[in-house]
Structures are given as C-alpha cells and as structure tokens.
Design a protein around this ligand. Structure first.
Ligand code: ADP
Ligand code: MG
Length: 372
C-alpha cells in the first residue's frame, strides 16, 4: 500500500526516569517523550471501511466502521479501540480512511509503542476529520482503548507523556489528579541509554493486571479503617504496617513497594532540582531493587543488565523500565563513555544469555506532532 497522505503524524515513545507501576496507584512519576517515533500516514476514502497497514510487522487489516468489534489480533485493537471511543464522544465524524504505520520504536520493549500508536491514531483522526477532541480527551480515549479493547489495565502515564511531552523536559506528573510540571532534563554530562534485553516474557499482561488487583485489594483493606486514603501511594508506611496481618504477604510487599517508590520519585525530583545527580542515580538503582524484589516484575535478563550498570564506573543510575518481564533498562551513562559501556555490557550479556542486546541512545523529544 502506498499513497499521498493528507495527514502525517509522528507519535513518540516514552521513557520514565523513576516512579514505576505508580500511575495506577495514584503516585508520582517522571516520564518524558523521546525521539523514537511511530509515523502514521492517512488519507480519506469514499467508503465506510478502512485499510490499516503496518510496515513494521508487514501486516494489514480492514475495519468496517458499521460493524466495529474487538479483534483476536492484538495490534488491531489499538486502532479499533481509538475509533470506537472517539466515535462515542464525537459521533458521526469518522468515515473511511487508509493508514500506513511505520516505526523506529522498539515494539513491546517498555518504551510504550502501544501508547505511541493509540495517541498517534487519535491525533490523526482528529486532524483528518476535524474532530474537536482535546488533548485531555485523547489521553483518555487512548487509555480506554487499551483497557477495553486490548485488555491491559494500564495507568495514564504513557498516554499522558506521549501527548504532553516536550523537548528537553521531564514531566513531574501526579497520577492521582493529573497535575503536572515540566522540569528541565538537566542530566549532563550523563546521557540516557536504553538497553533492550530483546526478551519479552509472556507474563507481562497477566502479571500486570494481577499487580493492579493486588494493589487495589491492599488499598481496600486500609480504606475499611481509613477511608480518607484514595490511592495506595498516599498511605503512610506505618498505616500499611498496621494492616499487615489482614493482607496476604504478597499484597503487603506490593503496598510497601508502591509507597517506597513514590517517596523515591519525590526525592529524585528534589535531587534533580539541586543538581545532585549521584543521588538521583542512586534512587534509580533503589527503584530497580524494589521492582525486582518487592514488586517482582523483573527477570534475570533485566537484573543482569542493571547489575552490570551498577558495577560500571561511568553509570550513575539504572533500572528496568516499563511493565517488566523483559524490555529495556534505562541507564544514565557519562556521555564520554557510552560506547565502552554499551560494548562491555553487550559482550557480557551475549556471554551470559546468548542474546544480543539492542542499545538506543535517546533524546527527550516533543509529544505527538502533526507533520502534515
Ligand atoms: P510497549 O507499549 O512497551 O511497546 P506493549 O505490549 O504495551 O509494549 O505494546 C506492544 C504492542 O503494540 C505490539 O504487540 C503491537 O500489538 C502494538 N504495536 C506497537 N507498535 C506497532 C506497530 N508499529 N505496528 C503494529 N503494531 C504495533
Ligand atoms: Mg504498552
């Protein structure tokens, strides 16, 4: 499929410096959009059907706008969900179109190619059909598509960062009330290097949804006595400890992680404001330990890469990033030593797992953009 497009959208992936698995727990996170993107090219056509082709996976499918149903193919559902929820809010705008998707984002690796796709198609539809949908609505439409069509009960951070990202800025986002500030990403002389483990263990979606349930259950137990707490991340540790006996050991462990990670994220923002990069980096390592040992969403490959980073003199912080069970680690590496760090770690990784890792040096970029 090839054509002259009427609308071209570039939609970025995102990183998150710290605050993992906190968005659905009402906590603080520190994400940013990156300069790796999904590109969507669209044109209208005179019918009630759409053809969507992804060059990345060399596959296409048809959408009948009058018979929109959840598909058995996961990747279709990002589009179907966004079309459905846009139509629900703004009935009668969307008609037939063709769409070509290209991407230089690693897929299924924790940089949220999913949110890039959802938010990208939402902004594309807005521009192609002149739909008066707001950025905030797009964030929710994309999130709802992922919840109800794809089946991942994700939080709001990924969609928020993809839509609201700004060049060279981190977003200090409070996921409880969606208040946010842009702060300069002053990490120099350190650069952001992602190391893709190139593994994705099948547990990702089921364990993600299970963590969410465990956290909701822990919150409900505390709320029986303290209904004032609306989110798990807000509960003081002492109060969670009061309820330890009423929780399963796993539930208690998850709650502790969430509360500690929220504190780490707040401390990281303070460290950044003071330009104390060693403290900032140390909090990333501590975040990884929590994710691995208390939240149990890491895997041997991620743990190995973070350990390598920890032992490397030119890395000040590293942790797994995203849902877990594979995907990328995020590393803060001195800009003069990136090549040697990557080379050294890739060799060690290859030796240990017989897998090649893929490095990405990323810059903080703008949120989803209309190019044409
Ligand atoms: P992440 O969001 O971290 O990349 P997810 O598992 O949440 O990982 O989302 C990855 C899924 O998104 C893929 O399995 C696929 O269904 C869909 N996807 C992302 N990018 C593309 C693309 N360029 N073409 C087709 N499907 C894509
Ligand atoms: Mg995703």
């Amino acid at each position: 499929m090839n054509f002259t497009p009427e609308v071209v959208i570039k939609s970025p992936g995102r990183i998150n410096l710290i605050g993992e698995h906190l968005d659905y727990n009402g906590g603080h996170v520190l994400p940013a959009a990156i300069d790796l993107t999904v590109t969507l090219r669209l044109r209208k056509k005179n019918s009630r059907s759409c053809t969507i082709y992804s060059k990345s996976i060399d596959d296409s499918f048809q959408v009948d706008l009058d018979k929109l149903e959840i598909s058995s193919q996961e990747w279709h559902n990002y589009f179907l969900g966004v079309i459905h929820f846009t139509e629900q809010r703004y009935p009668g705008h969307i008609s037939g179109f063709d769409c070509i998707v290209e991407s230089n984002l690693p897929i299924g690796s924790g940089v949220s190619s999913s949110a890039a796709l959802e938010c990208g198609i939402a902004v594309a539809l807005k521009n192609l059909f002149d739909i008066p949908v707001t950025d905030e609505e797009i964030i929710y439409i994309a999130r709802d598509a992922e919840h109800h069509f794809v089946g991942t009960k994700c939080g709001i951070m990924d969609q928020f960062a993809v839509v609201r990202g700004k060049k060279e800025k981190l977003i200090q986002l409070n996921c409880h009330d969606l208040s946010f500030d842009y702060v300069p990403a002053e990490l120099s002389p350190y650069a952001i290097v992602l190391l893709n483990t190139n593994v994705s263990h099948n547990l990702a979606t089921s364990e993600y949804n299970l963590r969410r349930q465990e956290c909701e259950a822990a919150l409900e137990i505390v709320r029986k006595r303290y209904p004032v707490y609306e989110a798990l991340a807000h509960i003081p540790k002492k109060i969670v400890q009061e309820h330890e006996k009423e929780m399963t050991p796993k539930m208690f462990q998850r709650a502790e992680y969430v509360i500690e990670e929220n504190q780490r994220t707040l401390q990281a923002s303070l460290a950044l404001a003071k330009q104390n990069l060693p403290d900032f980096g140390a909090l990333l390592f501590a975040s990884h330990t929590g994710l691995s040992e208390k939240y149990e969403v890491s895997c041997p490959e991620l743990d190995f890469l973070v350990k390598q980073a920890h032992h490397h003199p030119n890395v000040i912080g590293a942790r797994m990033m995203g849902g877990g069970f594979g995907g990328c680690t995020i590393n803060l590496v001195h800009k003069d030593h990136m090549d040697s760090f990557i080379e050294h770690t890739a060799l060690a990784y290859q030796k240990k797992f017989q897998i090649e890792l893929t490095p990405h040096t990323v810059k903080i970029g703008d949120g989803v953009q209309l190019i044409l």
